[in-house]
Design a protein. Structure first.
Length: 237
């Protein structure tokens, strides 16, 4: 069996740029947010199988079938709870779990700028930490935690560590790519404009009118999620 790798993320963490690198490799089957699509659409297509998964159980079965052919990489955001995973933690065994996390101050501003109706739970750090603990317990292996700031500062180093953890060869050529649209994120395009314009990992420092420092609701989001962020980064490599 080839590795089935999942990168769990909160929104606005640069996880889509990481997925773009994985596409550029050319030796991995890549899925963009299938759990999110399944939750929102009720079904998600499985590449190369001409099939639709209509439940989280079917999706996990399909991912394992894909991994029989070649390695699989899934990028997933925790905008929802995905309660099936918590009800069936045994489903997490046999999966290589990785996590990416970014400083919550710019993340919360960026999320709010795209979705002003965002809820505290959707910011995602609490869900991410709960899933981190669950994946560690289910697999007996501490998941790899990547900090976005280190990824953009040392992309080759971070990619090497990721590949060693995931059981993949490091491919330096995948660190850069041609900018432009990708069919994988067409459904949620407005969330991925930075990734569409990128040709590699970049330290983007966008500014926003509403921030943790001047908006009381965003400050409340920050105060709630900061402890979960701090717990996660205690485990970065």
């Amino acid at each position: 069996m080839n590795p089935l790798i999942v990168m769990w993320a909160h929104s606005r963490s640069a996880s889509t740029a990481f997925l773009r690198m994985m596409i550029e490799r050319g030796d991995v089957t890549v899925l963009h947010e299938p759990f999110l699509a399944l939750t929102e659409e009720g079904a998600v297509p499985l590449p190369d199988r001409h099939a639709m998964a209509r439940s989280e159980k079917e999706l996990l079965i399909g991912l394992r079938e894909l991994a029989r052919v070649r390695p699989v990489f899934v990028k997933e955001v925790l905008d929802y709870d995905y309660g099936y995973l918590f009800d069936h933690p045994e489903e997490l065994s046999g999966i290589v779990h990785t996590f990416i996390v970014r400083d919550p101050k710019p993340t919360i501003s960026s999320h709010y700028a795209i979705k002003p109706a965002v809820t505290r739970a959707e910011i995602g750090y609490e869900r991410l930490y709960r899933l981190f603990e669950l994946a560690w317990s289910a697999t007996g292996r501490r998941p790899l935690v990547i900090r976005t700031e280190r990824l953009v500062a040392e992309p080759a180093k971070v990619a090497e560590v990721f590949c060693a953890y995931a059981g993949l060869p490091f491919l330096a050529h995948a660190l850069t790519w041609d900018s432009g649209e990708r069919p994988e994120w067409r459904r949620t395009r407005r969330w991925h404009l930075d990734a569409i314009g990128s040709a590699g990992f970049e330290d983007r420092r966008n500014t926003y009118p509403d921030t943790v420092d001047n908006h009381s609701a965003l400050r409340a989001f920050y105060d709630h999620h900061l402890p979960f962020y701090q717990r996660l980064i205690q485990h970065d490599f």
